[in-house]
Design a protein around this ligand. Structure first.
Ligand SMILES: Nc1ncnc2c1ncn2[C@@H]1O[C@H](COP(=O)(O)OP(=O)(O)OP(=O)(O)O)[C@@H](O)[C@H]1O
Ligand SMILES: [Mg+2]
Length: 266
């Protein structure tokens, strides 16, 4: 669904931000992007959405090429973006208007706007706050409204760029729960995060290091077989616990299953 084909990127000549980066994210995947501060995660997100263009190589969303101006609108429609600070995304004065704003912009019929408003506020459990002023909500609620506004546009993929990093534990839990709900319903989710517990919950981990892809695969296998500290990453609690209880042994099937079940909440 989203493909990077030998992508090179820099902001200023002489800089190397991304070097020969290639990967494909399939429809319906839940992918975490991890890596140290400044390694290029947000840059990748902006390239996915066509907000930035590669200097060399190609970024495509389905058959659409971000470098073709005529295809950009369809790409923006297909790829939703949730930022770190929900305040940056608010334009209007009520929760309802916030969700409706984009829909009116694309001139949808009134009934369709009503349907999408109901659906997206229900999906983030904010239906009871329609008249509330977004800036008075809690951090988690703000982020849920921001998600509703994006959902109402019916994107096929959603990028969350550190969308949980400013939230308290409860707010984070709510937003993560919504991300996983959306994923279960078929949404392609790209989750950029510094939280290794959250990386563990993803089906796939892309790890960036010095402009290159250092790892692409199952998150548990990464923590089990590679040295996370080499990439300025911590270890998830479950992996630390395993190392304390069974030092020197690899994560076996039983442990993997237990850790997975812990995070999936089932
Ligand atoms: N507009 C810009 N002009 C010049 N350099 C930039 C610009 N935006 C980002 N950079 C640089 O590009 C590199 C990658 O930035 P990016 O924001 O993609 O990293 P990141 O992995 O998202 O970091 P963080 O974890 O801190 O969010 C950094 O060295 C950053 O300083
Ligand atoms: Mg960033």
């Amino acid at each position: 669904m989203i493909t990077f084909d030998q992508v090179h990127f820099y902001y200023q000549k002489g800089q190397v931000i991304l070097e020969d980066l290639s990967f494909t994210i399939g429809a319906g995947e839940f992918v975490a992007i991890a890596g140290a501060n400044g390694c290029g995660k947000s840059t990748i997100a902006k390239l996915m959405d066509g907000l930035l263009l590669p200097k060399k190589g190609k970024v495509t969303f389905k058959e659409l090429d971000t470098a073709k101006p005529t295809e950009l609108e369809a790409i923006h429609e297909g790829v939703g973006f949730i930022f770190q600070n929900p305040e940056d995304q608010f334009i209007t004065t009520t929760v309802m208007d916030e969700v409706i704003f984009g829909l009116e912009n694309i001139r949808l019929p009134r009934e369709e706007i009503g349907r999408r408003l109901d659906y997206s506020l229900q999906a983030v459990q904010m239906d009871h706050c329609r008249e509330a002023q977004p800036h008075l909500l809690s951090g988690g609620q703000k982020q849920r409204v921001a998600i509703a506004a994006v959902l109402a546009m019916q994107p096929q993929a959603m990028i969350f760029d550190e969308a949980t990093s400013m939230l308290d534990p409860e707010g984070r839990k709510q937003v993560l729960g919504i991300m996983h709900d959306l994923h279960r319903q078929g949404m392609t989710v790209i989750h950029i995060t510094h939280h290794m517990e959250e990386v563990l919950e993803a089906g796939r981990m892309l790890l960036m290091d010095q402009g290159r892809l250092a790892y692409d695969g199952d998150p548990l296998t990464f923590f089990d077989t590679m040295n996370a500290a080499d990439y300025q990453l911590g270890l998830p609690f479950a992996v630390r616990l395993h190392r304390m209880l069974q030092p020197g042994t690899p994560l076996t099937g039983d442990w993997k299953e237990m850790i997975r079940r812990q995070w999936s909440g089932s």
